[in-house]
Design a protein around this ligand. Structure first.
Ligand code: ATP
Ligand code: MG
Length: 646
């Protein structure tokens, strides 16, 4: 990439926090000053949110960068912090999880219930020979046992590796092998789009290739028939359910490995991101408290992510439970049995804080405003977004149609690697601009640099970097320290910056705008143009629900903008009209060479647009790796559409 990104889109709208929200906010502007005065003292104070068996001697050991040690010498137990201490404080009868199954069954699980089940599961794992430091693979649907399994591992110091329940046999076996896992925890199946969807057959096939696996622990969820390997397979309801619910949580070192999580693989071979104990839990807990303004006595929090993604780890399991939250957990898809399912759940449980992804928001907008309007969403007081850049118009739609035009909307930037939120507004402090993640949280140092690693001024663009180590940072790539160094720390080694791989710009006020992956930036007639900004310009046209933009090789301009567009329900717009709209909004240089109308876009299982596949189509090449694609049929449809129009 030459020079820096152009600064194209401008946004003047601003939404300061409502006065009563600001007056009651958990965190005020003073946090920025406090952290700026002494960053390590700030994080040491946040670590006091947790119960430690043994306090640390040193907040950060950065003597061997990029290998960090946080809270050196401290010991704690993550499950104790998420469960036992809430019981000790008299909150055992409080609901931890309102679980909603896709077919409509539900369970209310108190902190005491969750504690007992985690203790039983911890005793069972110990009986199966799992000891501290062993790896356990978890391949489950969105059922409470997924959280139980993770916490049971944490309780005994086993390192969990959660694999998204929609992943294939190869993805599962690859991850099991990479971490040499000893046990797999799975289910017969889960409910997905109205039908039971089997998991156990995939596990059987995967485990056949994985000699390290000794036991397979199976939750019965759907009641489907399963093949059974005697001596290896065990039912959860015959083992965990009958185990003792007494279990004493042991202390583990602050740097004890808590989990491995493989990045979703939007771009390359998945990397086993390693997170450890004390720093991770400190930042997960603090950010959940600060960014979601969680009031554990009154809030009902709902994060719609799957537990297989880092968002599920940090903002369904560890952040909320360490903070004693009451939360909703939902098994299924947003359109089963109808397109108002999410809003029905918000209404049923009186959800106050909702955290979801731009892909979902754009889909809801496409389905129509009248669907959320049929439900009582007045309980909501805060909305969050994560996973991709959120187009300003999607942000506005979210605030207006879900947040009733009242709620703050926090756009949170972070990665599997960062473990917790890094860049986000504080909802009681920041005047938000639709589509901007605004700035780094207190205690976090993030900036935008040019090719040479120099920090750009306001109005400039380039690469997002993290300038200082942070408590929940990845410690390495499992088994591959060199890849860890090469991937994240070599690009700006001279400056000691972490290279996030995302493009970003600072607007004239210094607010940060995330522009998607560096690999997705287009170079048109010598100008760097971000796919995100052209997409946002398209989405700002009233007829457009969603779009994906790629740069295709072009004989005259080097690369040309090719856009794929999904129109809203009954709307219509011509190709020429949309091209002109982009030219007017961003400038003629950004005008797409071609616009292709499509009904779906290729997305990863976590809902991110896979632009590289669209680029293959735009450049008329064979498609690259499609294994992490949510629905392979989508590509065929798009290809057929392209061949009839070009
Ligand atoms: P892989 O690294 O394997 O290609 P991935 O990057 O999609 O997969 P994640 O760690 O889940 O896996 O996603 C982090 C990325 O998601 C960020 O680097 C960024 O590109 C994008 N992202 C997340 N949140 C935001 C946000 N609020 N705004 C813009 N982009 C975001
Ligand atoms: Mg990534």
């Amino acid at each position: 990439m030459s020079e820096t990104l152009e600064n194209l889109l401008s946004e003047d709208r601003q939404f300061p926090p409502p006065a009563d929200f600001a007056a009651n906010a958990n965190v005020t502007a003073a946090a920025y000053d406090e952290a700026a005065a002494d960053r390590l003292a700030f994080w040491a104070k946040q670590a006091q949110r947790l119960d430690w068996f043994q306090e640390w001697d040193q907040v950060l050991d950065w003597s061997n960068p990029p290998f960090a040690k946080w809270f050196v010498g401290g010991t704690l137990n993550v499950a104790y912090n998420c469960l036992d201490r809430h019981l000790a404080a008299g909150n055992g009868d409080k609901v931890a999880i309102h679980w909603e199954g896709e077919p409509g069954d539900s369970r209310a699980i108190t902190y005491a219930d969750l504690h007992a089940e985690v203790c039983r599961a911890a005793n069972t794992l110990t009986d199966l020979g799992v000891t501290a430091g062993d790896r356990v693979a978890i391949y489950l649907p969105m059922i409470p046992e997924a959280a139980v399994a993770m916490l049971a591992c944490a309780r005994i110091g086993a390192t969990h590796s959660v694999v998204f329940g929609g992943f294939s046999k190869d993805a599962l076996s690859g991850r099991i092998k990479d971490a040499s896992a000893k046990v797999v925890i799975t289910a017969d199946g889960g409910f997905r789009r109205g039908n039971p969807s089997a998991l156990k057959p995939t596990v059987d096939e995967a485990v056949a290739e994985c000699p390290t696996i000794e036991k397979v622990l199976v939750v019965r969820r759907t009641g489907q028939d399963v093949d059974w390997t005697e001596g290896r397979d065990l039912w959860w309801h015959e083992t965990v359910a009958t185990a003792s619910d007494k279990h004493e949580a042991q202390p583990f070192d602050a740097e004890h490995p808590l989990f491995i999580l493989y990045t979703s693989g939007t771009t390359a071979k998945p990397k086993g991101i390693l997170h450890t104990t004390g720093g991770y839990l400190t930042q997960a807990s603090y950010t959940h408290h600060a960014v979601f303004d969680l009031k554990p006595e009154t809030d009902v929090y709902w994060c719609t992510a799957d537990i297989g993604w880092v968002t599920g780890h940090s903002y369904i399991v560890y952040g909320p439970l360490s903070n004693g939250a009451t939360q909703v957990m939902y098994e299924g898809t947003p359109d089963t049995p109808h397109r108002g399912r999410f809003w029905e759940i918000v209404q049923k449980y009186g959800v106050t804080i909702l955290y979801t992804a731009p892909t979902a928001i754009r889909t809801f907008a496409k389905w129509g405003d009248d669907i959320p309007a049929q439900f009582d969403l007045s309980s909501l007081r805060l909305l969050g977004s994560v996973g991709e850049p959120i187009n300003p118009e999607a942000w506005m739609w979210y605030r207006e149609h879900i947040g009733g035009g009242r709620t703050p909307v926090v756009d949170t930037w972070w990665q599997t690697e960062t473990g917790a939120i890094m860049i986000s507004p504080l909802p009681g402090v920041t005047a938000c601009k639709p589509g901007s993640a605004m700035g780094p949280l207190p205690g976090i140092a993030a900036d935008v640099v040019n090719d040479a690693g120099q920090i750009v001024g306001n109005g400039g663009g380039g690469y997002l970097v993290l300038n200082e180590p942070w408590p929940s940072m990845l410690r390495t790539i499992w088994g591959d320290d060199q890849r860890f160094i090469d991937t994240y720390w070599s690009r700006f080694a001279e400056h000691g910056y972490y290279f996030a791989g995302d493009g970003a710009k600072k607007d004239d006020d210094g607010a940060l705008w995330l522009l998607g992956r560096v690999d997705d930036v287009m170079l048109v007639s010598g100008h760097n143009i971000s796919t995100t900004e052209v997409e946002s310009a398209l989405v700002s046209h009233p007829a457009v629900a969603e779009s994906a933009v790629v740069g295709a090789t072009d004989p005259t301009t080097g690369q040309a903008v090719v856009a794929f567009v999904i129109l809203k329900g009954n709307a219509s717009a011509s190709e020429a009209e949309l091209k002109d709209h982009v030219a007017k909004t961003l400038g003629p240089i950004c005008k797409p060479r071609q616009i292709q109308f499509v009904s779906e876009l290729p997305k990863t299982r976590s809902g991110k647009i896979m632009r590289r596949l669209l680029k293959d189509i735009a450049e008329k090449r064979a498609l690259g790796d499609v294994t992490t694609l949510q629905d392979a049929g989508v590509m065929q449809l798009i290809q057929q559409g392209m061949s009839t129009t070009s």
